[in-house]
Design a protein around this ligand. Structure first.
Ligand code: FMN
Length: 253
């Protein structure tokens, strides 16, 4: 099989890492190659904070609720939406920047996330394991303080990296292509169609176990009641909006 096809067909998140150091050379090479990712107006509106010092890793892992992928990582990368550097360049060049607004945050967010995924792809192709830490959103303010982020810099993606132990679970399921592909206009699915599209998820053995362990009636309830409940979503929304305000990306009353 074409090696690229093999990589994309087999890729999966890796949360358990060997006690094996990723060399600075390899890490820098990954971060540099990832910079070839597309970027809005070629402005490169992102920064990456590399955490590999043991004490700093411990502090950062705490902000990720000490989830195993964070405590066992050789490196944690915090990828930030960054309009600070570009704004400074404009000011130093006699240009008037206008990037302290939500649209500019959206541009920087998109750039940062694309950069993060490019890091994932290259790192995995180099034989490393990676895991996004969505907890970056939950404790964005604390992480921002810990990493001493200035105005117009906000953490938007965290990645743990390490050499895999190969003890991770099997590859997990995906929706069928027809669930996400719409021809020409959006297809409006019936309730029955939706249930059919989600059948592979509902029937996936690991997911059935989640439902049982959590004493729920359906997998959807595991998401709505336990993994991503409305109360937490609202709380995280509030704190993240407040961070955007603090960092100068939005003006709120
Ligand atoms: C934005 C985002 C946040 C994520 N957060 C976490 C996380 O906090 N902890 C974790 O173990 N995995 C996390 N993941 C990994 C997903 O759980 C994983 O990608 C998904 O279950 C599909 O599995 P796969 O990547 O192995 O195909 C996250 C992934 C993304 C894209």
């Amino acid at each position: 099989m074409n090696p690229d096809k093999e990589y994309f067909n087999n890729r999966k998140t890796v949360r358990n890492y060997r006690k094996c150091h990723i060399s600075d050379e390899l890490l820098d090479s990954i971060l540099e190659r990832a910079m070839r990712a597309p970027t809005c107006g070629n402005m490169q509106l992102y920064s990456v904070i590399v955490t590999r010092d043991t004490e700093n890793l411990k502090k950062l892992a705490q902000e990720h609720f000490n989830q195993p992928a964070s405590t066992g990582a050789d490196v944690i990368l915090t990828i930030c939406a960054d309009f600070n550097r570009f704004t400074q360049w404009c000011e130093a060049s006699g240009a008037k920047p206008g990037y302290n607004n939500f649209h500019s945050f959206m541009m920087a967010l998109t750039d940062a996330v694309i950069y993060a995924q490019q890091i994932v792809t290259i790192a995995e192709m180099e034989g490393l394991g990676t895991c996004y830490l969505g907890t970056v959103n939950y404790n964005a303010k604390q992480i921002s303080d810990l990493l001493e982020l200035p105005d117009l810099v906000v953490p938007v993606a965290s990645l743990s990296l390490g050499y895999p132990t190969n003890t991770d679970e099997e590859q997990c399921e995906r929706l069928p292509l027809e669930a996400i592909k719409h021809d020409e206009t959006y297809r409006h699915d019936s309730k029955e169609d939706i249930m059919t599209l989600f059948k592979a998820k509902d029937d996936f053995e690991v997911n059935k176990q989640f439902v049982e362990e959590n004493k729920k009636d359906s997998l959807a309830q595991v998401f709505t009641d336990i993994r991503y409940p409305e109360s937490v979503n609202l709380e995280v929304s509030k704190s993240f909006l407040s961070l955007l305000k603090e960092k100068g990306f939005i003006q709120m009353p």
